[in-house]
Design a protein around this ligand. Structure first.
Ligand code: CS2
Ligand code: MG
Length: 402
């Protein structure tokens, strides 16, 4: 069964998305997500200019050979642009294969190990009291796990804080927003937030927190020690993830569970983290870590070492990625938790899907394939607009990790 057509669709229903559509000679369509927040056009070009010319005429059933052809065959390996482009091809081919088998993807992946996938939502607040109220709103909505973030006095534009009731989407504008960061203020303030959510809302739910790459290893160890007594489900991205050895220092000083991986895109980038058990959850995703084929390998390696999945699921990953993630999450033995930021209504309108939210969980659909598509006519109504992620600077102007 040959690939007959390819199409790269850049659309912006509330935010930018890059989507690959592959059509086989018998008219079967597969969809893949290739969205890389703030660098979307780089991936669109990698697909349009380098991969798609090689796709037409290839056997659509040969998913693994195609993956290896684009990974090894590129000579230049890894990185978010390459791996997001390969991921989109991989997702589309799995979608086609499942449709041809007339199975939902979870069946093709070996069948469900669980009927539903536990998710966590994002609570934010300009003040700790606002964050507590937002956590309570989400617990009342049925979530049993909530990520809590709050503004940090002495900084401007702390990570993860949106206006009340607004969707958090940090990428905006034709130049990166400049934010300021002050680690001592953060290390004093974050534990107060943990204490407040526990004092006010108890312990019968899981609190998560995203440090967003901003600490040194010792600072991360200090943070871990200062919040251990509040039983965090995880501290996410405590330090820049590419420095895998930094996690040895964190591990040596604190028992706070650690999660990282959303900015990493191959098994080699998480190999040390997993095999040395330096993390408790690996957050790599279908779109940024080479698709279903490669993410399965990462989760299988993680399973050997007792590391569980905790895939990234922000709104800058399209509903196609979320749909694929829920199918994979439903089938792996070492599922941990799935991030779930509900997409904007206009996004969901452009990306019809069969997964659904119910009582703190996502349930995969049973339509053949991964269950997500793109309405091309509606997508055409939302042209691409440049949108940069912010940058962070220390008080002396030093460029820091955002
Ligand atoms: C964040 C992301 O959801 C998370 O854990 O780290 O929202 C991240 O900031 C964005 O995906 C960046 O595009
Ligand atoms: Mg994160």
């Amino acid at each position: 069964m040959r690939i007959a057509e390819d199409r790269v669709i850049v659309t912006s229903p509330r935010r930018n998305f890059v989507t690959l559509k592959l059509t086989t000679e018998d008219g079967t369509v597969g969809w893949g997500d290739a969205t890389l927040n703030g660098r979307e056009l780089a991936v669109a070009s990698y697909l349009t200019d380098h991969l798609c010319p090689l796709l037409v005429g290839r056997d659509a059933t040969r998913i693994e050979d195609t993956w290896q052809y684009f990974y090894r065959g590129a000579y230049w390996r890894r990185g978010p642009v390459t791996m997001s482009a390969i991921a989109a091809v991989d997702m589309a081919l799995w979608d086609i294969k499942a449709k041809k088998a007339q199975m939902p993807l979870h069946e093709l992946l070996g069948g469900k190990a669980r009927d539903r996938v536990r998710v966590y939502a994002h609570a934010t607040g300009a003040t700790i009291a606002d964050t507590v109220a937002d956590v309570k709103r989400l617990l009342d909505a049925g979530f049993t796990a909530v990520r809590a973030q709050t503004d940090i006095p002495g900084t401007e534009g702390a990570y993860g804080v949106s206006a009340p009731g607004q969707l958090y989407d940090p990428a905006k504008g034709t130049r990166p927003q400049e934010t300021t960061w002050h680690t001592p203020s953060y290390l004093r303030h974050a534990p107060l937030m943990f204490e407040a959510v526990r004092d006010e809302l108890g312990y019968d739910w899981d609190v998560l927190h995203d440090v967003h790459h901003r600490l040194s290893p010792l600072e991360a160890a200090q943070l871990g020690r200062s919040v251990e007594r509040f039983s965090p489900f995880w501290l996410e991205d405590p330090t820049p993830a590419e420095d895998q050895s930094a996690f040895r220092t964190i591990r040596a000083h604190t028992t706070a569970p650690i999660a990282t991986g959303e900015v990493l895109n191959s098994i080699w980038d998480v190999n040390t983290l997993i095999t040395e058990r330096l993390v408790d959850y690996v957050r790599t995703t279908v779109v940024h870590a080479g698709g279903i084929s490669h993410l399965r390998r990462i989760f299988d390696l993680a399973h050997l070492y007792g590391v569980r999945s905790g895939s990234h699921g922000a709104t800058d990953l399209s509903p196609i990625s979320l749909g694929c993630a829920v199918h994979l999450d439903a089938t792996i033995p070492n599922f941990g938790i799935q991030e779930y930021m509900a997409h904007a209504p206009e996004t969901d309108d452009v990306f019809p899907h069969d997964y659904r939210f119910e009582a703190g969980h996502l349930l995969p659909g049973d339509t053949p394939g991964h269950g997500v598509s793109l309405d091309e006519e509606k997508a055409a109504r939302y042209p691409y607009t440049p949108a940069y992620l912010p940058v962070a600077r220390l008080r002396d102007g030093t460029l820091h990790d955002w």
